[in-house]
Design a protein around this ligand. Structure first.
Ligand code: ZN
Length: 322
């Protein structure tokens, strides 16, 4: 392991990789084209008029998009890049994380431009210690050309590192998680959990919650129970219904454990279950009272009401282990 520092001469060996090809030279799979520009602008919500019409240019930030291989791929790592990774792996820097990227735009890209590119290993940092662990940053520079002229550069940096947790038998990782959790709690104190949208079709449900009753609907035409609340029956179309109180017994029909992305006011990990009520309808809510990792399909759960803050109370389901 690299805990006591790199072996003598290691940095010099790393430096010999600088300037070597990081990937084989490539050709863009498509010419710069209006359809990809339009899809990009729609996805980004970018309505800049420069990107539409007869004199359209491509958004500069699309630079890398024109070089991407898609699912079938085409930008194979070079032998040098593989060799560098093997060297870093061998020194204990087995993990990798992308850290940042920088782009420089030299000329606008227009529909019809043919893209070519190549990539070199531009720099390898000295040994650095970060919160994730200790390792070396590797910067790759891709030079992009349009019809043979320089069009821009795309630099991206990764950290090849020895994870803190691996070196300390997992204890440090847990500590890091505890820290993250404390941060999330601080965030939760500031952020307010989202409010439900109450409308005339579901107001009766929330009135029930206020009285600690979980109300579902039963069709007045065919007797089919339904949830969530709707004005009409999906089975027979009738708009006649009555509210009935669910017993509160249920089972986990399906679930996810949320780790990422973190949302303000929520403290991951937590379990979100699709609960099948004894009455035959399903409801989405948190499964509480058991470690999220221990939630299982088929687990018996029981309704309870969670007071989230001064204004909000919600039905949740308490699981029971074993
Ligand atoms: Zn019905």
């Amino acid at each position: 392991m690299s805990g006591a520092g790199d072996p003598v001469g290691f940095q010099e060996r790393l430096k010999t990789f600088e300037g070597r090809a990081a990937a084989s030279a490539g050709v863009g799979k498509d010419l710069v084209n209006e359809a990809m520009i339009r899809h990009w602008c729609e996805a980004m919500g970018d309505a800049n008029p420069a990107y539409a019409g007869p004199d359209a240019i491509a958004p500069p930030t699309m630079l890398q998009a024109w070089t991407m291989g898609g699912l079938s791929g085409h930008t194979d790592r070079s032998g040098a890049y593989e060799e560098l990774f093997a060297l870093l792996d061998g020194a204990g820097y087995t993990s990798v994380v992308a850290t940042d990227c920088e782009q420089e735009y030299l000329r606008p890209l227009r529909p019809g431009d043919r893209i070519t590119f190549d990539a070199v290993i531009e720099g390898i940092s000295e040994r650095k210690t970060t919160k994730l662990g200790t390792g070396h940053f590797v910067t790759t520079r891709m030079d992009v050309r349009a019809n043979g002229e320089p069009a821009g550069t795309h630099r991206f940096r990764i950290l090849k590192y020895a994870p803190v947790g691996a070196r300390r038998g997992g204890g440090a990782e847990r500590d890091a998680d505890a820290g993250k959790s404390a941060d999330a709690e601080k965030g939760a104190a500031r952020a307010v959990r989202p409010r439900p949208v109450v409308n005339r079709d579901n107001a009766g449900f929330w009135e029930g919650v206020a009285e600690h009753r979980l109300l579902i609907q039963r069709c007045g035409g065919c007797g089919t129970p339904r949830f969530p609340w709707l004005p009409g029956c999906n089975a027979c179309g009738s708009d006649a219904w009555e509210a009935v109180e669910a017993s509160g017994e249920g089972t986990v029909f399906s679930y996810v454990v949320m780790h990422h992305p973190p949302f303000p006011a929520f403290d991951p990990p937590y379990a979100v279950g699709l609960i099948e009520l004894a009455e035959g309808v399903r409801i989405v809510s948190n499964v509480v009272g058991v470690e999220p990792e221990k939630v299982r399909i088929g687990m018996a759960v029981r309704l309870e009401f969670l007071r989230v803050d001064g204004e909000l109370e919600i039905p949740v389901f308490r699981g029971s282990e074993g």
